[in-house]
Design a protein around this ligand. Structure first.
Ligand code: BEZ
Length: 240
């Protein structure tokens, strides 16, 4: 057992960041929607597991509004949201009610947060996902986002400090980009948006490199042997 591991009830508690390509750590947790077992309860779905520092704080409130606004878009992409902070379920419930009943921000009001929010008072899940980063705070989770695919593998992660809210269009864009990569065996360039050209994986051999340049034309364009782009129209994509 590593030095930074201790045992909670039945879950090993470390404070290590799960890495891209690894199995997302399993957990059982109390949430605003009852107990969840991850990943069993989410078989065949993408999951975005995200942490926020604390209930009843302004930046976090704007972030919950931003997620609530896009919940249907995530559902259409077969993706469920799970929130988390080290607050209690009572605090989560009171805060979510306040958001719905009292907060109007940028024209958005009556926001209903329907996804589960984990009450991680003992920091059990936070530590499994490296969400408590003591240099920033040892009592609050940083703003982490884990993109977990239907095979329960970590596909991407983001970490933001306490002071700065995340970009929710980027979270949605990255999910669509990864689903596009899986469905169409391609990569996506910087600032890619659905409908833009995608990148054909680079050739693996000298012969393939020569072929790529020689065969460029109607189906794809070649900027150089290693850099080939093909159109992928929006009607071929799964979009919200
Ligand atoms: C906020 O969400 O506003 C916030 C939370 C913790 C520290 C700083 C800001």
């Amino acid at each position: 057992m590593g030095d930074n591991l201790e045992h909670g009830s039945d879950q090993a508690v470390g404070n290590r960041l799960p890495l891209i390509g690894e199995d997302a750590p399993a957990f059982t947790a109390e949430t605003t929607n009852g107990v969840i077992n991850f990943p069993e309860d989410y078989k065949g779905k993408w999951v975005i597991l995200f942490s926020h520092p604390a209930d009843f704080t302004p930046v976090c409130t704007t972030e919950f509004l931003a997620f609530a606004k896009r919940v249907e878009s995530f559902k259409k992409l077969n993706c469920e949201l799970i929130g988390l902070s080290v607050d209690s379920t009572y605090s989560h419930i009171a805060w979510l009610r306040t958001i719905k009943e009292k907060i109007e921000y940028k024209g958005q009001k009556n926001a209903d947060v329907t996804f589960p929010v984990i009450a991680d008072l003992k920091q059990t899940v936070s530590k499994l996902y490296g969400m408590v980063q003591p240099g920033e705070s040892d009592t609050k989770a940083v703003r982490a986002v884990f993109f977990i695919d239907p095979r329960a593998k970590v596909r991407a992660l983001m970490y933001y400090p306490l002071s700065n809210g995340r970009n929710f269009d980027e979270i949605l864009r990255l999910l669509i980009a990864m689903q596009t990569t899986d469905a169409h065996a391609c990569a996506t360039p910087a600032d890619w948006q659905p409908g833009d050209d995608v990148i054909i994986p680079p050739p693996g051999t000298t012969a393939e490199a020569t072929e790529r340049v020689a065969n460029a034309g109607a189906d794809y364009k070649s900027l150089d042997w290693f850099f080939n782009l093909k159109p992928l129209p929006k009607d071929k994509l799964t979009l919200p």
